[in-house]
Design a protein around this ligand. Sequence first.
Ligand code: CDP
Length: 246
Amino acid sequence: MGTPSNIKLIDENGLRLDGRGDEELRPIKITTDVLERADGSAFIEWGGNKILVAVYGPREAYPKHTQDIEKAVIKARYNMAAFSVDERKKPGPDRRSIELSMVISNALSSVVFLEQFPRTSIDVFIEVLQADAGTRIAGLTAASVALADAGIPMKDLIVGCAAGKVENTIVLDLNKEEDNYGQADLPVAIIPKTKDIVLLQMDGDMSEDEIDRAMDLAINASLKIYEHQKDALKRKYFSIAQEDEQ
Ligand code: CDP
């Protein structure tokens, strides 16, 4: 973090490089049921992020030593395509993607009724096709929609957003320049019905008051994004109902 002197992230009118105000979200579009061979799928476009999620399962877990005799295991794999970023990303897992796969698996495990499917795995493939900061949260938000699309019993969806600090201002939903050159980034994900926090990370420095304000912004925005998730699922069932009528 730390801004190169030639980049001004917030202008004299308080607007950000992409024209947003400090509490504004980037445009978000979620589509479900996008892959025929997956049990569930979703595609999310969030600002410049484009992320595809495929869900398979519950199915017998392999290798067998990964089975839990009492419940299903969620195996989420976060992967960034080599062409998803400005500088070609070396294909394959790295420390960052292994960490993100773990925090996303943990978050999803908190809403799925895992005990209904002992010895199985629920495999969640999160493929980042184009990255523009906030991919862990966008991937997790889309993954919970893909799980619902697969008909997997869950107590709620999971939704999140990041907030952070840029040029001493608390801002919502950092873009790539803000993530790279800002002072702090705080991704948050919640179970919207209970507001339980299921993912919380921070990169950079903020005071306690700033963290409180960033969390409030991120949680309020998450509740708006929850509406996009539900709309995506409703559109799917509406189109199925229409097909049935014909
Ligand atoms: O994407 P997210 O904010 O969850 O994770 P990050 O590690 O804070 O990465 C922020 C952004 O940096 C990514 O969304 C990409 O746009 C970019 N990045 C990159 O260009 N090359 C990488 N190897 C990793 C990240």
